[in-house]
Design a protein around this ligand. Structure first.
Ligand SMILES: *[C@@H]1O[C@H](CO)[C@@H](O)[C@H](O)[C@H]1NC(C)=O
Ligand SMILES: *[C@@H]1O[C@H](CO)[C@@H](O)[C@H](O)[C@H]1NC(C)=O
Ligand SMILES: *[C@@H]1O[C@H](CO)[C@@H](O)[C@H](O)[C@H]1NC(C)=O
Ligand SMILES: [Fe+2]
Length: 473
């Protein structure tokens, strides 16, 4: 099945290349209908681990700049209990790290005790076992550290956005877990707890348990979306991102950021920049200043793959959230082009879309062409807000399909990015379909810095693209 899908798709791409015309495509695929309602709280997918005060909602994320540390987080419901992580290369757990505990209230909801523990000084490319909780309630997990920072280190990232906790979300998660992805780049909108009366925090807890079978074993690189803002002055809750900031930790200090909401990590051959769509980002703001400096710290000789994550997409031809990313585009696009960013992943729009390499940096209000144009230095923009939350799909695209849009489809799914070496990455978007992972969009990306492209002529057949596609078959 998988092979056939790839074959048909590759043939389509081949035919476009041979004809010399880059034509965008709107998929005619009609997805299987599942109800977009949240899984009931009493479901086994939200099962509370057995034992008094057992740790739950276990999740890990990268804990430093270069991948030699993780932050382990979990919740204990009844009492704080120890904030310790026992770990080691074997299940002897001969090492120990000490963390911190926090808790919060949101209107009439009272959180459990939220633990965050930095485990650092780890070796690269190593499997570690870890244990949290005490006595009969202790729980054991493991994770693998990434390879050392190296331009040719291969590594596989999953990209998931707007996940929520419906049966579609479950399908996305289960498909992702079959891919061999080693770390998730999450592009915002986690639990959708804010869709409940008083933003019921119980749905933050159920989400934490729902994703645990992935998040306890591999890092998820977190980013916020609009559903994390939770600004409810009518409930007396005016501290924005309050539940998110208590529950999800990021290694922002390691990249000299002043906020957990925007930061960067380096992992294997990738430099990953996380931006906050809902924090100030115009000129002179902390996020703007930080990004300006972070781009200068990027060393493409060490990490050739430069990836940016945000929630609200800059290029989107869906009727949903149209142009909401425009203000960030105006602020940051010129840097993305200047620094030759490879890929920009966003969520927010509940559909899938991939752009060509285009930019719109010439327009300056006074004059200039304001239509996006092909630009070899520009990133490819990919929207993967199709994790499957309770708001359902954004099924209406604007017609005709704009020239910048290469492929778009309103289905649930996730993406996988396999960085092969400093020059090549294989990228796939997988739609959720009847229990089988179906790669519905497959592209070989050439690195924007370590490029070995020998273009024949502009708008003519790209010989190496053709070779790559044949090797994919
Ligand atoms: C946090 O937990 C402590 C200890 O149980 C409790 O006294 C305090 O009120 C809690 N704080 C919040 C904000 O819920
Ligand atoms: C605006 O763009 C036009 C056309 O690209 C250019 O000639 C002009 O110098 C720009 N003006 C400013 C203030 O950047
Ligand atoms: C990089 O990876 C691509 C795709 O797997 C492969 O075709 C190419 O030969 C590799 N380059 C080197 C230098 O190994
Ligand atoms: Fe969103």
């Amino acid at each position: 099945m998988r092979g056939w899908g790839l074959l048909v798709l590759s043939l389509h791409v081949l035919s476009c290349l041979v004809s010399g015309v880059a034509s965008g495509r709107t998929s005619s695929y009609v997805r299987t209908e599942f109800p977009s309602t949240d899984i009931p709280l009493e479901s086994e997918w939200f099962a509370i681990p057995k034992g008094y005060n057992a740790p739950q909602q276990v999740h890990i994320t990268q804990g430093d700049y270069d991948g030699k540390a993780v932050i382990v987080s979990w919740v204990t419901p009844e009492e704080p209990g120890p904030s310790e992580v026992f770990y080691g290369k074997e299940k002897l757990y001969d090492q120990k790290a000490e963390g911190t505990t926090t808790n919060y209230t949101f209107y009439d909801y009272k959180s459990g005790y939220i633990h965050h523990c930095l485990v650092d000084g780890l070796e690269y490319n190593t499997k570690y076992y870890y244990k949290i909780g005490s006595g009969n309630s202790a729980r054991e997990f493991w994770f693998e550290t990434p390879p050392a920072i190296d331009p040719d280190a291969s590594y596989t990232f999953g990209i998931i956005g707007d996940l929520g906790q419906t049966f579609n979300s479950l399908s996305t998660l289960q498909h992702y877990e079959k891919t061999g992805g080693q770390t998730v780049l999450f592009v915002g909108d986690l639990s959708y707890a804010d869709r409940y009366e008083h933003n019921d925090g119980i749905r933050w807890d159920s989400w934490g348990r729902f994703v645990e079978h992935s998040t306890a074993y591999q890092p998820w690189i977190w980013n916020t979306g609009n559903h994390e803002i939770e600004y409810r002055p009518d409930l007396g809750e005016t501290s924005v991102f309050k539940p998110y900031l208590h529950r999800y930790m990021t290694p922002y200090l390691a990249s000299k950021s002043s906020s957990p909401m925007w930061y960067a990590v380096r992992r294997a051959s990738a430099h990953i920049i996380v931006l906050s769509s809902y924090s100030p980002f115009v000129k002179y703001t902390p996020q703007w200043l930080w990004l300006k400096n972070e781009f200068k710290r990027v060393d493409r000789e060490k990490t050739p793959w430069l990836i940016v994550l945000m929630h609200s997409p800059m290029y989107n031809s869906n009727e949903a959230h149209y142009m909401e990313g425009e203000s960030m585009r105006a602020a940051f696009e010129k840097w993305f082009v200047k620094y030759k960013v490879d890929l920009v992943f966003a969520g927010h729009v509940h559909a899938y879309e991939r752009s060509y390499r285009i930019s719109n940096v010439n327009y300056n209000i006074t004059s200039g062409n304001r239509y996006p144009v092909p630009d070899k230095s520009a990133p490819v923009y990919i929207t993967v807000g199709d994790g499957g939350n309770q708001e359902g799909l954004a099924s209406r695209f604007y017609n005709p399909q704009p020239d910048y849009s290469a492929f778009r489809e309103a289905s649930y799914g996730h993406s996988v990015l396999q960085l092969k070496n400093r020059t090549h990455a294989i990228y796939q978007w997988n739609r959720n379909d009847d229990g089988n992972p179906v790669p519905a969009d497959t592209v070989m990306f050439h690195n924007q810095y370590c490029t070995r492209r020998r273009r024949l002529k502009k708008n003519h057949l790209h010989l190496e693209d053709l070779e790559d596609l044949i090797s994919l078959l």
